[in-house]
Structures are given as C-alpha cells and as structure tokens.
Design a protein. Sequence first.
Length: 269
Amino acid sequence: MGASIAYNAPMKIASWNVNSLKVRLPHLTQWLADAQPDVVALQETKLEDAKFPVDELAAAGYRAVFSGQKTYNGVALLARAGIDGGFEDVVTDIPQLQDPQRRILAATIGGVRVVDLYVVNGKAVGDEKYAYKLDWLAKMREFLAGELERHPNLVVLGDFNIAPDDRDVYDPATWGEDILCSPPERDALKRITELGLHDSFRLFEPAGEHFSWWDYRQAAFRRNMGLRIDLILIADALKSAAKAATIDRTPRTWERPSDHTPVTVDLDI
C-alpha cells in the first residue's frame, strides 16, 4: 500500500463492544449519525466476514475492515469516508499468538495506528481460561511494544475485560479480586500502559462511578452497577493532542441494547 496520509483535522475515535452486530446494526447506524465519529473500533461483532454489513455501513458513510467468526468474538474498524488513505498495513494475527479467535485488528487510518482488541474474558480466577488470558496479554504487550516503535501515533482500544483500578468498579468490596479485577490482570494491563500508553478517559476524569459495561441482570444499568472495561489508550506522542474523552451512555438506554456503551476520545492532530 501507499504511504500513510496524515489526517490534519480533529479526529474522534470510538470503541464499542456491540455484542452482535447483526442485532445491533440499527443502533450502530443511529449512533454513527448522531455522534459522527471518524474512526470506530467494534468488538464482538459475532459475524463471519461474508455476512459483514459492508453496504449498510457504506450507506451510513463508513468504510470497514473486519475479522470475524461465526457466533463468537469478531472485531472491525470503521473509518468515515472523508478520511483519505483507507486502511493501511492491516494486521489480523500476530506472530506471538497463533490463535484462531478473532480478537485483534490493526490498521493505520489517517496517519494514526489503531489497534482494536477484544481481550479474553478469562471466566474465573484460577480457571484455565484465566491462565490463557494472562498469557494472551503478555504476548499482546510484546506485539504492542513493536507497534509503538514503528508507529508513534498509536491508539490501542477495545474491550479489555479489565477494570484498571477500584474507581472503575461500582462495588470494589463485592468484586474483590474476582475476574476482571484481580491483581494479575491489572498488573498485565499496567505492563501494557508502561510501554508509554495513557488511559485517555483518565486524562480528563479522575473520579470514579463512570462505567462502560453493565450486566443485563438486577437492573444494573438503572442502578449504575457497572464496570469501566472499555478503554482507549493513546501513546505519548498523542497525549497533548487529546482534547476530550467521554463515555456515551445513551445507546445503553435504547431497546435491546448491547451491555456495553461507546467510549470516545477527541484528538486534535
């Protein structure tokens, strides 16, 4: 592909675990029209590539690149049609991780390297899936270290399935050191951010009780019993360009919503 083309304008970048794009496509197209993001990372699309709604998203003004599988996982990147250059240097698998699960998608968009992650859940502390999650995160750190060397304008975003600290948990005492909050998971995330990545939301909002995921049960959203596990990490080179970061709760109020809601960062590049 050709050389990267810088996008010399404010860029709104978003992440959203849609929990089935087939079900949530009307929500996505409505939110795209309302929020007007420039780049969107999606997780849990749960669609084989042949069934990805390319035409519907094109009608909404967005091009897409995607890596999906039936029923589970699946990631995608959308770019507003006004951004020149398309998707460059697309990566769907990393050498460190021979894994058929579709959880990783990287591309350069308008001069910004975007890495979309759907991090392993881990099921429960001590489970074999928990050990797999920690290994997955360690290998992802190795990959991201290389990405950061090659791409100073790096954004790593997605559903991390980790609440970074107790501010990101509605009831830290209840959750304790359970899955999504355990010290090894948080340490693994910290080792990633120590590469030179910043939690964009925390650049603007130090307080707790701001969440991006709420269980469907127990009226959790209405009671704000949530976790902040959807993150947008930005590299040192982009820190001064960050002008705002938000959690948009509105889509979680819609009928048949995803259990996650979109998170955004505005970069003045």
